[in-house]
Ligand binder design. Sequence first.
Ligand code: BV8
Length: 224
Amino acid sequence: MRIVILTGAGISAESGLGTFRDKDGLWTRYDLNDAATPEGFARNPQLVTDFYNARRANCAAADPNAAHHALARLEAALPGEVMIVTQNVDDLHQRAGSQAVIPMHGALMSALCTGCGHRWPAPVAMALSDLCPACGKARTRPDVVWFGEIPYHMDAIVDAVTDCEIFAAIGTSGQVYPAAGLAAEARRAGAQCVELNLERSEISRAFHERHFGPATLVVPAWVD
Ligand code: BV8
């Protein structure tokens, strides 16, 4: 894979979806231990269901922005050579037309049965009483990776990151692992590393190049 691009909440900020750690970000309004851990879900499944239903409604009402569209143009111009690894659980990359997208933290628009492991398209408003279409049991949860859970597709991600010519990170604070460690892995493997972010992040020192500004400005400028 020639170009691997890690995206975080900052790429979707200008689409109106909240980030996590900026001023009035999601983790300033919700305790992540209550809203984004298996223990939190076990303690209060309704609070977690409501939290994700609110985000899913926001996501359904949002549109991809110029940064998402620029990445889709890049992939169309370089077929088979561009992969997006997104920390985001929104579907804005896919709706902008990007095909090679690995949602390492899962997807808001997907539901998961904790009984049989079946996945299906989530209704915008999920209910704990929703029955799994495969096993018929009411054991539904959001199909997202919570803190303490293992991100999806890690082998494929590490293979791509350690074999790319260019590694870019867009709109991430670099505070959540293992995603935040991918830049250093790419650099160690010899990739040219580029950071596109509103401001310095926890991982800025891992990059050879840094472009600061809103994603809808710096990403099209970098792509085009
Ligand atoms: C794991 C999905 C083991 C759900 C998310 C104790 C117990 C267990 C684990 C740990 C522990 N201590 C530490 C850990 C590891 C933990 C972790 O890293 N914790 C942190 C808090 C220290 N990680 C885990 O638990 C992970 N699993 O470790 O399993 C393992 C791993 C591998 C192999 C074997 C075993 C699982 C982590 C996944 C958690 N789920 N999300 C949901 O979305 O609700 S994480 C959550 O934060 C988001 O998904 C996001 O991915 C992540 C990072 O946030 P960012 O995307 O960076 O967003 P943030 O708001 O932080 O920053 C926004 C950035 O954008 C800023 O820099 C800002 O300047 C910029 N920006 C803003 N506006 C713009 C902009 N940029 C451009 N333009 C703009 N307009």
